[in-house]
Design a protein around this ligand. Structure first.
Ligand SMILES: C[S@@+](CC[C@H](N)C(=O)[O-])C[C@H]1O[C@@H](n2cnc3c(N)ncnc32)[C@H](O)[C@@H]1O
Length: 241
């Protein structure tokens, strides 16, 4: 089943790649992670520390052609809990979830640790769900949700980054992740980051979906590894435990 889920994620990337090429079928099925031409989706910005967090986007300018690089598949709640535990989240942390889906990671971080958190997603449906989740859990004073392309973000203010993307998308984020302050933590559900050695890789069995899961932990500054760079991204889970 786990392999099936990963296959679905990968197929979804290919599907999005095809969908993006509808106007030019001859170019169909280029990898959807070719994201460089995406324009930024602007929403209400500002320092999370000073924000009036009402989670309403006042200045949204969404470019129609923007598509997610990977479809929404939620992280089971018990895996979310473990990700935040592995990242050693504290009240003074600022947690970012890059591709926040329904907002469960940022909502959990705020509820459990009382920290500030920002969820970013490119899909307006996900942003809507996240905002509802924030409201339902009364964490609007701590959590902000923004509709943005994660590949346009300045991550330097974050102290914890949560990821559930795909191996190549994790790799594509490396230049942004290198801007994190020393000691910042990155946790990734199921997928590694080619060329960067994790500090920890744990496996756990989720009681929610009855499937095995893996969580990677990296600490800033990232430890680039030649040996790792030689590895195939699809073999990311062969890291030493
Ligand atoms: C596999 S889901 C993970 C959701 C959530 N982080 C979780 O673990 O439950 C990936 C999310 O990333 C979002 N996404 C994909 N490409 C994106 C991009 N370029 N910028 C922002 N969000 C993106 C999708 O819309 C989707 O909600």
């Amino acid at each position: 089943m786990k392999k099936a889920m990963i296959l679905i994620l990968i197929l979804s990337v290919l599907f999005v790649g095809c969908a993006r090429q509808e106007d030019n079928p001859a170019d169909a099925c280029q990898p959807s992670s070719e994201h460089d031409s995406h324009a930024t989706v602007e929403t209400s910005a500002g320092d999370v520390n000073n924000q009036d967090v009402n989670n309403q986007d006042e200045s949204k300018q969404v470019e129609e052609s923007q598509q997610p690089d990977v479809v929404f598949v939620p992280t089971p709640q018990d895996v979310v809990d473990k990700m935040l535990e592995l990242a050693n989240v504290q009240q003074d942390d600022l947690v970012y979830d890059l591709g926040c889906g329904d907002g469960r990671i940022v909502v959990t971080a705020a509820k459990r640790y009382g920290c500030k958190a920002v969820g970013y997603d490119i899909d307006p449906e996900r942003v809507k769900e996240s905002l509802e989740n924030v409201d339902m859990n009364n964490v609007g004073d701590l959590v902000r949700i923004e509709q943005k392309d994660i590949f346009t973000l300045d991550l330097s203010e974050a102290t914890v980054i949560a990821l559930y993307l795909l191996p190549d998308l994790n790799v594509k984020l490396i230049p942004q992740l290198k801007e994190l302050k020393p000691g910042s933590r990155i946790v990734s559900h199921d997928f590694g980051m080619r060329g960067v050695k994790p500090d920890k890789l744990i496996s756990l069995f989720s009681e929610e979906d009855k499937e095995p899961h893996e969580i990677y932990l990296w600490t800033s500054p990232l430890k680039m590894s030649e040996e790792a760079a030689e590895q195939d991204p699809s073999l990311a889970t062969t890291w030493e435990r």
